[in-house]
Design a protein around this ligand. Structure first.
Ligand code: CTP
Ligand code: MG
Length: 226
C-alpha cells in the first residue's frame, strides 16, 4: 500500500438543498459509504477527510460507529472551495506515501477495483482520472449559432483522481490562486502541460449532486440490480 485517500466532504450541498455527506442510504451515511469503498482498496494505507469546519468530531464519530475508521488518519476542516478542502487534507497526509487518490465523498458507489486501476495508471504516468466516454450528442451554443461537438473526443471526469503527490504539490505551487477555481485536480496537471491518463470509470460511480441523484442512489441500495 503506497497511497493516501483524500475525501473532500466539506461541501454545502447547494444544488441538493442540504448538506448531503451525512444523508443516509439504507442507514449508512453517504460519506461513510465512500470511505468504505476507498478503505477496501488494499493499496490505500491511510484516509484523510475534509469535513465542514466544526463537524470534524461528528465525522470521526460516524466512521467509528459504522466500523469504517480502521484506515482513518485524520479529519481536517475543509475550505470554501473544493480545491481548498483537498489542499487542507493533503497537508495532513502521513509522510512516506508517494501516491494520493482523491475521491468525492458524494460518490458512494466507486468499486475498490476502480481505485486500484486509477492508482496503477498514476504510478505509470504521474496523473490519472476515472472518466466515462460521453454518449450524448453535444451541442455548442455561441451567440445564436449552434454547432455539434465531436463527442468521440469527449469524456466525463469522475473521481478517483490519482497522482504522484510530488507532482500534485508542484501543480498547486504553479497554479497559485487559480487553484480555487479548478473543479478537479487533473486540470492543474493539464495546466502544467503534463500528461493525464483517462481510465474507464464506472456508470454506478455517479456523483450525488441533486435530488434525482439521491433518489437513484437510494434506489440502488434498497433494490440492488440483480
Ligand atoms: N467539497 C468540499 N469542500 C467544498 C466544496 C465541496 O470538500 N468547499 C466536496 C463535497 O463535500 C463533495 C465533493 O467535494 O464530496 C464534490 O462536490 P459537490 O458535488 O459540488 O458537493 P457540494 O459542493 O456539497 O454541492 P453543491 O456544489 O451543490 O453546493
Ligand atoms: Mg460544489
Amino acid at each position: 500500500a503506497d497511497a493516501v485517500a483524500i475525501l473532500p466532504a466539506a461541501g454545502k450541498g447547494t444544488r441538493l438543498g442540504e448538506a448531503k455527506q451525512f444523508l443516509e442510504l439504507g442507514g449508512v451515511p453517504l460519506l461513510v459509504r465512500a470511505v468504505e469503498r476507498a478503505a477496501a482498496c488494499s493499496e490505500i494505507a491511510a484516509i484523510v477527510i475534509a469535513a465542514p469546519p466544526g463537524e470534524e468530531e461528528r465525522v470521526r464519530d460516524l466512521l467509528a460507529a459504522h466500523g469504517a475508521d480502521a484506515k482513518l488518519h485524520a479529519v481536517v476542516a475543509g475550505g470554501a472551495e473544493r480545491a481548498d478542502s483537498v489542499k487542507a487534507a493533503l497537508r495532513a497526509a502521513p509522510a512516506g506515501l508517494p501516491m494520493v487518490a482523491i475521491h468525492d465523498a458524494a460518490r458512494p458507489f466507486a468499486t475498490p477495483e476502480l481505485f486500484t486501476r486509477v492508482l496503477e495508471a498514476a504510478r505509470r504516468t504521474g496523473a490519472a482520472v476515472a472518466a466515462l466516454p460521453c454518449t450524448d450528442t453535444v451541442k455548442r451554443l455561441e451567440g445564436s449559432g449552434v454547432t455539434t461537438v465531436d463527442r468521440r473526443s469527449l469524456w466525463l471526469a469522475q473521481t478517483p483522481q490519482c497522482f504522484r503527490i510530488e507532482q500534485l504539490l508542484r501543480a498547486y505551487e504553479r497554479a497559485g490562486n487559480d487553484v480555487s477555481v479548478a473543479t478537479d485536480e487533473a486540470a492543474l496537471i493539464e495546466a502544467l502541460g503534463e500528461p493525464v491518463e483517462l481510465v474507464p470509470g464506472e456508470k454506478e460511480n455517479f456523483k450525488v449532486t441533486d435530488a434525482d441523484d439521491l433518489r437513484r442512489a437510494r434506489g440502488m441500495v434498497e433494490a440492488p440490480a440483480a
